[in-house]
Design a protein around this ligand. Structure first.
Ligand SMILES: NC(=O)c1ccc[n+]([C@@H]2O[C@H](COP(=O)([O-])OP(=O)(O)OC[C@H]3O[C@@H](n4cnc5c(N)ncnc54)[C@H](O)[C@@H]3O)[C@@H](O)[C@H]2O)c1
Length: 271
């Protein structure tokens, strides 16, 4: 038996990147998946590729009416909803704070937070009878400084907190809510206009595991969180970053090398 046999999942931002990798993994494991995204060509192509267990709906997650429509379609097609993965996102406004406009602020918060809020609201309505799993994409930028621009980081911190407050409210109904905090993952969002080779060369070195993340790394975690294997897990923030936020080995940091060079084992006198 596959790990998501009989499950129905809605995944936002699933036309590309980690959402697309997750949609693919979920279908491989027996789920029926609604791919909800603004990108029509990529979304339709992926749904076609995945076959009869995938559907695509053009969705703007900043509009509550669009979010409602994706629930309506999944219910009409498959009669139930077991997992909602609020994953759509973008980098948002990048510049210095003095140059950030009200519009920059609003669109960034709408795409990254309002979408998760209303995705969770409608998931709760439909899952209260049978339970289910809600997964939210946050980021290491929502937990630590230095990993993303201002509004993006604020928005992802809000997603972490919304995951906790809704987990408390929805737990009694058998609805689990968990957040995934990816590190550097090789997707169109993170790579920008750069090519893969350049991206790897710059980013991998910084990771304790000496590689960047793949969409499939996130898909495997999402699969676990969607499945009954994680049935006692809720309100948690799951960091998946190759160890990037653990820190840097002290003896490889220039300041320690300078002060303590040569770094030798200290033995107390007489030992
Ligand atoms: N790639 C990384 O390194 C990284 C790290 C931490 C968090 N994240 C988060 O992961 C999530 C997925 O991003 P990704 O890296 O796979 O990038 P991606 O660009 O491949 O995927 C994001 C998808 O979201 C869609 N989207 C954007 N705005 C939308 C809207 N208003 N309505 C519907 N769909 C919309 C895009 O069309 C795109 O297909 C995002 O929330 C992002 O913030 C990414």
């Amino acid at each position: 038996m596959a790990r998501l046999d009989g499950h129905v999942a809605i995944i936002t931002g699933a036309a590309t990147g980690m959402g697309a990798a997750t949609a693919t993994r979920f279908v491989e494991e027996g789920a029926r998946v609604l791919i909800a995204d603004l990108k029509v060509d990529e979304g339709q192509e992926l749904a076609l590729h995945l076959g009869e267990n995938a559907r695509f709906l053009r969705t703007d997650v900043t509009q509550e009416s669009n979010i409602e429509a994706m629930f309506d379609l999944a219910l009409a097609a498959w009669g139930q909803i077991d997992c909602v993965y609020n994953n759509a996102g973008f980098g948002g406004a990048l510049g210095p704070i003095e140059e950030t406009t009200e519009d920059d602020y609003e669109i960034t918060m709408d795409v990254l937070v309002k979408s998760v809020f209303f995705g969770t609201k409608h998931a709760a309505k439909h899952m209260k009878e049978r339970g289910g799993s809600i997964i939210n994409t946050a980021s290491i930028a929502g937990m630590h400084g230095g990993w993303g621009p201002h509004i993006y980081s604020v928005a992802k911190a809000a997603v972490v907190q919304l995951t906790k407050t809704t987990a408390l409210e929805l737990g009694p109904f058998g609805i689990r809510v968990n957040a995934i905090c990816p590190g550097i993952i090789a997707t169109p969002l993170a790579m920008g206009r750069g090519d893969r080779e350049k991206f790897d060369a710059v980013m991998a070195e910084d990771q304790p595991l000496k590689r960047v993340g793949e969409g499939s790394d996130i898909a495997n975690l999402a699969l676990f969180l969607a499945s009954d294997e994680s049935s006692f897990m809720t309100g948690e923030t799951h960091v998946i970053d190759g160890g990037a936020t653990v820190g840097r080995r002290w003896d490889q940091q220039p300041k320690f090398q300078t002060v303590y060079r040569p770094i030798t084992i200290y033995r107390p006198p007489g030992r």
